[in-house]
Design a protein around this ligand. Structure first.
Ligand code: ZN
Length: 288
């Protein structure tokens, strides 16, 4: 078991994850209620259907820019081999309807591809579905694809609407710890952490373990110019922070193309995707 597990983890293939990013770019911006986001859902479901995970879909709607808009969280739950803790891994898969960080007004009002922002975590999770399915962890693990993250700061919405809906309504999986990844796939990524990792003792313990694993593995986003530091972010981990669950966010907030039209495949790298994937696998299988 141990040896095949190690093989599976080291077989996490950043290039395969990168292929999912290329597919996402071919779909176009995955804004709410778009054919692109529906196609990505089908793509996730196709991979998920090949696993033995329990699948849950949460559909909900709210007013977004004056229109009643539909959103869906997709959750895959892998039952552990032992009665242990419940680990929730989360990422968002939607992309933003505007490009706030563009200087040019015309570009600013157009939706973005969100290949690193939303896309990168999704690509990693699509790969994790297969690996976790082949190697049942001791603990229960949920992979959750959140919708409605990048509605944040538009019409007063938060950058965590989908995760908030999940935390409020989903009774099938009450996590003991939550790890959210977002914007982890940029070229030369340097990861950062949310302030929560320094504020709460239990979240700090979780973040320290993840960070140390990244360093032990010599993964560049943890070692090159990265420091165990961060600032205050609202993202999909926030609803769990509010509920006093040990939670952390892994993010490369200095990604140059964040919320611009250039958040594209050309600014992402297989190595960064692989770093995030490997560190999560080491964590859920209790390796360090
Ligand atoms: Zn965003």
């Amino acid at each position: 078991m141990e040896e095949s597990l190690h093989r599976s983890i080291s077989s996490f293939d950043g290039k395969k994850a990168f292929g999912h990013l290329e597919y996402m770019e071919s779909l176009g911006p995955r804004v709410p209620d778009s054919p692109a986001i529906e196609s990505l859902r089908s793509y996730i479901l196709e991979t998920g259907s090949k696993t033995k995970a329990e699948y849950f879909r949460q559909d909900y709607s709210f007013d977004f820019r004056g229109i009643d808009t539909n959103f869906s969280n997709l959750a895959y739950i892998f039952k552990g081999r032992k009665p242990g803790k419940k680990i929730l891994l989360g990422t968002h898969y939607d992309s933003r309807v505007i490009a706030d960080r563009e200087n040019d007004g015309a570009l600013r009002n157009m939706p973005i591809m969100g290949i690193n922002d939303g896309g990168s975590g999704t690509a990693v999770f699509i790969e994790l579905l297969g690996i976790i399915n082949d190697n049942r962890p001791d603990d229960d693990v949920a992979l959750v694809f959140f919708d409605a993250e990048d509605v944040g700061n538009i019409d007063g919405h938060e950058f965590s609407e989908g995760a908030e809906y999940f935390a409020r309504h989903f009774d099938e999986f009450k996590p003991d710890e939550v790890i959210v990844i977002d914007m982890i796939g940029g070229t030369d990524a340097c990861y950062q952490l949310d302030y929560e990792a320094f504020y709460s003792t239990t979240s700090n313990k979780l973040a320290t373990k993840i960070w140390q694993t990244g360093i032990n593995l010599g993964l560049k986003p943890f070692t090159s110019n990265s420091k165990f530091e961060g600032s205050f972010f609202i993202c999909d981990h926030t609803p769990f922070v509010k509920r006093n669950i040990p939670s952390m966010l892994l993010i490369d907030i200095n990604y140059r193309w964040w919320h611009t039209q250039d958040d594209m495949v050309s600014h992402c790298s297989p190595a960064s995707l692989e770093a995030a994937g490997k560190v999560l696998l080491h964590h859920i299988y209790n390796l360090s």
